[in-house]
Ligand binder design. Structure first.
Ligand code: HEC
Ligand code: HEC
Length: 383
């Protein structure tokens, strides 16, 4: 037992030494036309084929993927901003603006994009390349020929696939492999229990109790302390969409528009809350600049509409939502949603100033900045 513990400590400290030895300041140097060509790719912990993940990284940072050679994935998913965009919307080719806020890059399971229009990560990763606003490379054949003509892609594809040929499917596979390595799970919330855990402060704990209790956040944000290491649900996200009452009639119908289902008007897919401190502004349209504004929305501004999620309605005549569920939904048959909720108003949480501040403090325990200074994830064209 002691022996294993000691061994683990040794491994951890050796790891820290190796990591700090490899670390160089992110984005130091000058931008070149060709990426760094290391003799062997760095070690990506979620990959068995590091060369494939490295190829994905080069593609992610390469402006040649866009029609005017000016926009890379990383132009909108910025490392310094937790791989989200710090603008409400993002600028694509020729100054065109996206209609939604760029969320952080995460290897989510289930549907992706705010309206859920991508069925899986590997479906999703190549969609921005042909999107006319974002990268506008409408012909994959033309793009593959362009990449084949560079000095570096034939070598990189050969290292990853044992063949220099470049295809859309290989681009998809490489981008997916890189994104699979985005892990933001070393956060204080996760490490706040266990033998080496550093407890949360009393304010943070109060925020946590509100998140999982009175404020009802965990009804939808399934933040799971135990599962952070995994994929999909481990990141606190399930394949769900909800209307959180931002507007009565949304200009962007979200999942409702995409699925052509009016009962889903104003529903958007669940965002990841890991690193939410770093990914302002918030919501599908980036309307909130701060987490304080987000919390105030849930506290006092939820708009009642025919498609508002029933969980965001007023059940203050019960002890809490679980109590309401136990009493109203005895048969676990979604009776609340169907029978009870239509008659209810939008919730007013009536949180005190310190409760609101503590909720924000709790959200900030979900921050993991490791990848923001990890050279395995920075721009390989700057060297
Ligand atoms: C011009 C800006 C821009 C570029 C370039 C861009 N994205 Fe995005 N990205 C966005 C926006 C905006 C969204 C949200 C769009 C939506 O949901 O309708 C998004 C969504 C995503 C998501 C979905 C996240 C989720 O949780 O649902 C991932 C992953 C992603 N982009 C990866 C990439 C990759 C990989 C590339 C390069 C091939 C790329 N993006 C290029 C702006 C951009
Ligand atoms: C009914 C389900 C539901 C409940 C309850 C809920 N949320 Fe959300 N939350 C969502 C959805 C869906 C979005 C995305 C909405 C959009 O962009 O239109 C979201 C967005 C957010 C965002 C912005 C994330 C980003 O990257 O833009 C934060 C932060 C957040 N919620 C925190 C909370 C907190 C704190 C609570 C509790 C006070 C809470 N949520 C309660 C479903 C919910």
């Amino acid at each position: 037992m002691v022996n294993t513990l000691f061994k683990n400590l040794l491994i951890i400290s050796a790891g820290v030494l190796v990591m700090s030895a490899c670390k160089k300041p992110v984005n130091s140097g000058t931008e070149k036309d060709v990426p760094e060509m290391p003799s062997t790719a760095p070690n990506y912990s979620k990959s068995t084929n590091d060369e494939l993940a490295y190829l994905g990284r080069v593609l992610f940072y390469d402006k040649k993927l866009s029609s005017n050679n000016a926009i890379a994935c990383a132009s909108c998913h910025k490392q310094a901003n937790g791989f989200a965009d710090n603008g409400a919307v993002s600028e694509g080719v020729n100054g065109q603006l996206t209609s939604r806020n760029a969320p952080p890059v995460f290897p989510k399971n289930g549907r992706l994009f705010w309206d859920g229009r991508a069925g899986s990560l590997s479906d999703m990763v190549i969609m921005p390349i042909t999107n006319t606003v974002e990268m506008n490379s409408t012909s994959f054949d033309a793009l593959c020929s362009e990449l084949s003509a560079t000095s570096y892609y034939p070598k990189l594809f050969n290292a990853a696939f044992n063949s220099e040929s470049i295809t859309k499917e290989k681009i998809r596979t490489a981008l997916t492999e890189f994104v699979r390595n985005f892990d933001f799970s070393s956060n204080r919330f996760k490490s706040s229990t266990g033998a080496f855990g550093k407890a949360l402060t009393s304010d943070e704990n109060n925020g946590k109790d509100l998140f999982f209790g009175k404020a009802k956040c965990s009804e939808c944000h399934h933040v799971d302390q135990g599962g952070f290491g995994g994929m999909g649900n481990g990141y606190g996200v399930t394949d769900e969409s909800h209307n959180i009452g931002l507007d009565y009639q949304s200009t962007d119908g979200g999942c409702g528009d995409f699925n052509k289902i009016s009962a889903q008007h104003g529903e958007f897919m669940m965002p990841v809350l890991l690193n939410v401190e770093l990914t302002a502004p918030y919501m599908h349209d980036g309307r909130f600049a701060t987490l304080e504004e987000v919390v105030e929305h849930y506290n006092s501004k939820v708009v009642l509409s025919p498609t508002l999620d029933w969980r965001l309605k007023d059940f203050s005549d019960f002890k809490d939502l679980n109590d309401a569920k136990a009493k109203l939904d005895k048969n676990k048959n979604n009776k609340i949603e169907e029978n009870e909720a239509p008659n209810r108003q939008a919730q007013r949480l009536n949180l005190s100033d310190s409760e609101k501040a503590n909720l924000v403090k709790f959200l900030k325990t979900l921050t993991d900045k490791n990848l923001l200074s990890d050279s395995k994830f920075d721009n390989p064209f700057i060297h």
